[in-house]
Design a binder for this molecule. Sequence first.
Ligand code: ZN
Length: 371
Amino acid sequence: MDDKDSIKKNKTPKDRIRPVKNVKRIIILIAIILVIIPTILCIFLFNKIGVLQKQIDMLMIKKYGTIYVGMNHDKSHVAEAASSKEGNSNTFDNEKETKKSNDKNIDNNKGQVGDKDGNPTSDFKVDQAKTSQSKKEEETHINSNGQKDKDSKNEESKENIKKVYLTFDDGPSKNTPKILDILKEYNVKATFFVIGKTDDFSKEMYQRIVEEGHTLGMHSFTHKYDEIYHSLDNFKEDFFKLRNFLYETTNYLPTVYRFPGGSGNKVSDLDMSVFIKFLNDQSITYYDWNVINGDATGEKLSPEEAYQNVIEGVETFNNSYVLMHDAHTKDSTVESLSRIIEALLEKEVDILPLTDDVKPVQQVRFDEINQ
Ligand code: ZN
């Protein structure tokens, strides 16, 4: 009997099962690897797609100024990207024409104005949306009995309702959550013309503004007049910095703008028409204001004064664009807000957020500058 035979004979049943167990282990290990590797690859690829999509969006913004935004967003907030460059420029031209023709239909009224974000200085011409007779006739349907349709009557009465656009400049600030809470309590939507702040709290605030259905508008990244109004290049850089930052933070692409100091500010080094034309090329609508709560003045404003200023201002216009500030020192704005909203709701006015299809109020009107 040689050594090999003796080894074979000494093998126990356990020893014979061991190789089978090992094979089983290897098969299970291979199966796990086959499941895990594709899963990891999928996660990696999904992330990569997300990053690439954002990069494409950024390039689209830089090249065309517009993109489609996520499916969850209301399309009325979003400018469309055309399939070709030619098509795109046509889209812009059409928009310009629409804006021009809209502006022809509106009358001028005297409004309260600001020099620096609402400091009352002088009167100026502002647009006030007004229903033209022809438009009314167009929308009035006569049924077979010669009576107006019920829908037409509803539309007419709807047109007579005053509209109020509450706007908050300069945020986010420590007051942003308080303002948002009050708006939520009354189920009222407003517009926040924000500046660029990169801390976590501010990012959370931008997201809350969008998630809670308000309009996230732009008010420059730095809010430094001497920098942004020094040259068109500075203005462009600041504009894209803020727009891209807000898009990256909220996945929402803002389409409305408020110039720091308003379009009629007297501090810009260049004629404001230079910046206005640029915004128009980007399909951005800019809004000034015709009502102020007075919180831009250096003097301490009482909540009662803020309330009175807004209510008296709103009495004057069919469409009121109310300038207020979302800043650390503007507590009276927060303290007066509930009372203002309650009074407006009692008057049965529509309190709405600004969207780029809302007729703008402009100190320097787009249709009055040389093209
Ligand atoms: Zn401001």
